[in-house]
Design a protein around this ligand. Structure first.
Ligand code: PMP
Length: 393
């Protein structure tokens, strides 16, 4: 049995996406910069993919720059806007993705940029009054706030953020990785200057992403080379993956309402099953148990600690159920979750993120809930048995 509930970390590739990519891995192998028919055919595939993505996001194709993923795109957007606009002050939140926080930390130390964190409420929502105050004290800042948090699923209203930011002539960057293809994302109207995407979060291939940079913005040249990506990012393009990304976004966009319904149904079911367990010290993190304020495919919960340092994550893994203790990037660096620890600094227990996809079924959700119930039931029994043997001793 394999039940994959770690879709905020990455997703399984869609077979339709794979089929769209195959010709560009095998048959159409020309270099897109070559001036012959095979090269032109491949170049055309890149530009068609760029247009597909741009149309879905309601922007111009020239505003989409392909990258190796969202980490690169976030780094690029931030460094470009600091350089180009000589911005000396950044406003962000402590629960952004590490590709943002660590880029800011680097600029903070190296370039003496002032860094302010906007206040969040106890569920992780941005305090817009505080954002306004920070901007009124530091106009012409760079505001960096993610659209959807990858650990707790909280959705931030980007239109509201941009409106406030524009009053103070601020530049707006948003990490839109988790919202892309899952909820409405209209980059043409939401006012952000920079946004990012990554194909592997929406059943596309790994190693391909984009940076959206609005026309009026200025970009640094990221890689000097053969003039690809209009001279801003040299290097032969990852053609098959670009084609796969466009296909993945097209499929996600066409099925957005259907998927939202399915994912919300799974989430509601798991919320109900977990609450029924009646565990002490059990809580949902952030807005993740809300069907309106968080992404339908992310549910993050704090469970009571199991005895003997056992982790629910490992117990589930042994039964073929894959969940996450936060973001996958954090597991790599072995730290706890910076999102959970900044929202709940005093809490203990084990935080588990369940993230679903269109491929998950109700049966899988119920099987997971039963496995969790068993884990806590058997641990309870063991505690009672231990206590009895202590009495007898
Ligand atoms: N931002 C967010 C919110 C993410 O969830 C991730 C993936 N963990 C990234 C950025 C980085 O994306 P990529 O893997 O494409 O570099």
């Amino acid at each position: 049995m394999n039940i994959y509930l770690d879709n905020a970390a990455t997703t399984a590739i869609d077979s339709e996406v794979l089929n769209a990519m195959m010709p560009y891995l095998y048959r159409y192998y020309g270099n897109p910069s070559s001036n012959h028919s095979l090269g032109r055919k491949v170049h055309e595939a890149i530009e068609t993919s760029r247009k597909t993505i741009a149309d879905i996001l309601n922007v111009f194709p020239e505003e989409i720059f392909f990258t190796s993923g969202a980490t690169e795109a976030n780094n690029w957007a931030i460094t470009s806007s600091l350089d180009a606009y000589r911005i000396k002050h950044i406003i962000t939140s402590p629960i952004e993705h590490k590709s943002i926080l660590e880029t800011y930390t680097e600029h903070f130390y190296k370039n003496k940029i002032k860094l302010s964190f906007v206040n969040l409420d106890k569920k992780g929502n941005v305090n817009l009054g505080h954002l306004t105050k920070l901007l009124s004290e530091n106009p012409r800042s760079l505001v960096s706030l993610m659209h959807v948090n990858n650990e707790i699923g909280n959705i931030t209203n980007l239109e509201e953020v941009s409106e406030i930011a524009k009053t103070y002539r601020a530049v707006v960057h948003s990490d839109t990785v988790q919202s892309l293809g899952k909820i409405q994302l209209n980059l043409g109207t939401n006012g952000v200057d920079f946004a990012v995407g990554s194909a592997h979060k929406i059943h596309g291939p790994k190693g391909i992403g984009f940076l959206f940079a609005r026309k009026r913005t200025t970009l640094n040249t990221l890689l000097h080379g053969g003039g690809q990506e209009r001279g801003y990012r040299g290097g032969t393009e990852n053609v098959a993956s670009i084609v796969g990304f466009a296909k993945a976004l097209e499929i996600a966009d066409q099925n957005i309402e259907k998927n939202k319904k399915h994912l919300a149904f799974l989430k509601e079911r798991l919320i109900g099953s977990l609450l029924k367990l009646g565990l002490d010290d059990f809580e949902f993190n952030g807005e993740s148990d809300s069907l309106t304020n968080s992404l339908p495919n992310i549910l993050n919960a704090r469970f009571p600690s199991l005895p003997d340092n056992k982790l629910l994550l490992n117990i589930l893994d042994e039964q073929g159920i894959q969940v996450s203790s936060g973001s996958a990037c954090l597991n790599l660096s072995k730290g706890g979750s910076h999102v959970i620890s900044s929202l709940y600094p005093k809490s203990d227990g084990e935080n588990v993120r369940f993230s679903f996809s269109k491929y998950n079924s109700l049966f899988e959700i119920d099987t997971t809930a039963r496995a969790i119930a068993r884990a806590f039931r058997s641990e309870k029994r063991k505690i009672v048995v231990n206590e009895l043997s202590y009495v007898h001793a």
